[in-house]
Design a protein around this ligand. Structure first.
Ligand SMILES: O=C(O)COP(=O)(O)O
Ligand SMILES: [Mg+2]
Length: 226
């Protein structure tokens, strides 16, 4: 059997169903059967992509928290810490705002290098406070992320490629938002799903006609070896 090219996949907006939460179940079989390395590169906290790999039955190769956490399958690397982002949200809270996830806050509970805020919360005061700490705020379409500008998915993808032993130039990536631009910059071929934001569309080699998992599945169909 011929090898399939290494795959780098974003999660939200890319493996999901349109207009509702959750993974499109049709992605599980192609991921499970992929005859090459699969890397999940996401803005979500570390446990989420690990769980997705686990339940898809594929090796855990994960870039989480927009590059803040990188798991090669053998070793976990941290490229930022949560301290400055935490200080930003303390000030944001002191100004009367909330993160918008409720008390249990499972979005940030296990987050180690950045913090995510619900899109219904005001962004202007968040950006102002973040800038004072040298941090940036990005809008993925799923959350605002307060993060170190140096942390990005692309560097994490390179680290995993180095460990696994593939050339990122041979990899194919699919994504939907500004946090995928750094991934698109390091892989050989990049695709933005039709629901992608302007930054992802501009950075991608090709913008797909189909949205979310439909777009991603169309890429897998095209690039797989048989
Ligand atoms: O966590 C987010 O806001 C987006 O997650 P994603 O990078 O998997 O699209
Ligand atoms: Mg996304």
């Amino acid at each position: 059997m011929t090898d399939d090219p290494p795959l780098v996949l974003d999660i939200d907006g890319t493996l999901t169903r349109p207009d509702t939460w959750g993974i499109d179940p049709r992605v599980f079989d192609p991921l499970h059967e992929w005859n090459g390395p699969v890397v999940l590169a996401t803005g979500k906290a570390f446990p989420y992509p690990v769980a997705l790999c686990h339940f898809a039955g594929i090796p855990e190769r994960v870039v989480a928290e927009n590059g803040g956490v990188v798991y090669t399958g053998d070793e976990v690397f941290y490229t930022a810490d949560r301290e400055a982002a935490q200080a930003v949200v303390e000030e944001y809270r002191a100004a009367g705002h909330s993160l918008g996830w409720g008390e249990a806050d499972t979005v940030n509970r296990w987050r180690e290098t950045e913090i995510a805020i619900n899109l219904e919360q005001p962004i202007d005061p968040l950006c102002e406070i973040a800038a004072a700490y040298g941090l940036e705020v990005i809008d993925t379409g799923y959350a605002y992320h307060v993060k170190d500008p140096a942390q990005n998915k692309g560097d994490g993808v390179e680290r995993i490629a180095d460990h696994v032993g593939f050339d990122p130039a041979d990899a194919v990536a699919v994504g939907d938002s500004i946090n995928d631009v750094s991934t698109f910059d390091v892989v050989g071929r990049s695709f933005a799903v039709a629901n992608a934001d302007d930054a992802a569309r501009a950075a991608a080699d090709e913008v797909l006609e189909a949205v979310h998992a439909d777009g991603t599945l169309s890429v897998l169909e095209r690039i797989r070896s048989s």
